[in-house]
Design a protein around this ligand. Structure first.
Ligand code: NAD
Ligand code: DAU
Length: 359
């Protein structure tokens, strides 16, 4: 019996696969298109492991997915594959529609057909777990209660709208076809192998290169940060013990403003890798034009997963951020390898000199 993971060469998917093979003696097939965000170097530690197989394919290729489901006798599908960067979805939304909506639809169709062919224990044990985001809920005011599983879905960016749409499709496949599907909605992850277009790895990378550290708007937007290993453990829990048809919110209980995140990274770097001139990395902070439609605050109420499945995060933001900075300091070659080619073009467009400085 095999687990099919999609998008396993990306940030969370690769951390999930590595953690899975440490904890379970169960085979994994990783189906990934290898977009700019997919990197097989993330999985070099398990190359040659007989429990692991990589297939380069698109989740939208229903025929290929069907072949894998049948030939590998798949027990569960975990869908990480997505276009995941909000800023890219604002600059060019189309690929988000293709992968996050059309791709998820095709993956669901292939899974439904396969599920219909199963019987006995294979059928009762089959699961489809869709990994989603807290961004589907939109934005919170300063005094609003955190998002729970009943919060209305009000996405504000093309990224979050396509993730919300994919969540609706997954839900409909449970209600209509009885596909045993589960959905997780998680807050902002951070940790090793995070692509340096996202805030935390971008700030670490640019700080060490002596570049400006771009903070959007006033930097007072709030995110709830969760260390990636904690997210992966939560997903394993939901897969094994969650109830099909249910959604589970996952969060770190770490609400913090972007500016505070940047300042904490700078303080860690000042300590672990001080600048030659002994000035603080904080001097590189630069306020730039805000992201259009920028959600002001996210916060997660994770009571349901804690009460029903006994999951809670192990890392605090302090311990997780320290581990993360240490990983990037020890793996500068990884960052060098992923920040060539397409990455440079994106950064040039996104942080172009004509982009108005805030201060
Ligand atoms: P990522 O961008 O690092 O990785 C995405 C992976 O999907 C890459 O390996 C890419 O090659 C692959 N992929 C993209 N399009 C594909 C396609 N059409 N077919 C097959 N593979 C494809 O993303 P991530 O940060 O690891 O996020 C993984 C999932 O978790 C996403 O669904 C995202 O919405 C969700 N999520 C992310 C966060 C976060 O903070 N990063 C938080 C909550 C939920
Ligand atoms: O909440 C979960 C989501 O978290 C996931 O679904 C997304 O896939 C993931 O990318 C992340 O989305 P965010 O938009 O919150 O993450 P990002 O790292 O892009 O930005 C975090 C915050 O930092 C956000 O308020 C925007 C701000 N920011 C980001 C960048 C890249 C800056 O101020 N400067 C920057 O250069």
């Amino acid at each position: 019996m095999t687990i099919l993971v999609t998008g396993g060469a990306g940030f969370i998917g690769s951390n999930f696969i590595l953690q899975w093979l440490i904890n379970k003696n169960q085979r994994i097939v990783n189906l990934d298109k290898l977009t700019y965000a997919g990197n097989l170097e993330n999985l070099s530690a398990i190359e040659g492991d007989p429990r692991y197989k990589f297939v380069r394919a698109d989740i939208g290729d229903a025929e290929m997915v069907s072949d894998i489901l049948r030939s590998e006798n798949v027990k569960s599908v975990i869908n990480f594959a997505a276009e995941s960067h909000v800023d890219r979805s604002i600059a060019s939304p189309e690929q988000f529609i293709q992968t996050n909506l059309v791709g998820t639809f095709n993956l669901l169709e292939a899974s439904r057909t396969f599920f219909d062919e199963l019987d006995g224990e294979a059928k009762s044990g089959f699961r489809f777990l869709h990994v989603s985001t807290d961004e589907i809920f939109g934005t919170l005011g300063p005094n609003d209660p955190p998002f729970d599983e009943e919060t209305p879905i009000r996405p504000n960016s093309p990224y979050s709208a396509t993730k919300a749409g994919s969540d609706h499709l997954v839900r409909s496949y449970f209600e209509t076809y009885k596909l045993p599907a589960l959905i997780t909605n998680c807050s902002n992850n951070y940790g090793p192998r995070h692509f340096p277009e996202k805030l935390i790895p971008l700030i670490i990378h640019r700080a060490l290169k002596g570049e400006q550290l771009p903070v959007y708007g006033d930097g007072k937007q709030i995110r709830d940060w969760l260390y990636v290993d904690d997210h992966c453990e939560a997903i394993r829990n939901v897969l094994e013990h969650g109830t099909p048809g249910q959604t589970y919110n996952i969060g770190g209980n770490n609400e913090i403003t972007n500016l505070d995140v940047v300042n904490k990274i700078c303080a860690l770097l000042d300590d672990l890798s001080p600048r030659e001139d002994r000035q603080s990395y904080v001097s590189q902070v630069s306020f730039v034009t805000d992201r259009p439609g920028h959600d002001r605050r996210y916060a997660i109420n994770a009571t349901k997963i804690r009460h029903e499945l006994g999951w809670s995060p192990k890392e605090t933001f302090e311990s997780g951020l320290r581990k993360t900075v240490l990983w990037y300091l020890a793996n500068s070659q990884w960052t060098e390898n992923v920040t060539s080619g397409e990455y440079r073009q994106w950064i040039d467009r996104q942080y172009a000199s004509e982009r108005k400085a805030w201060q």
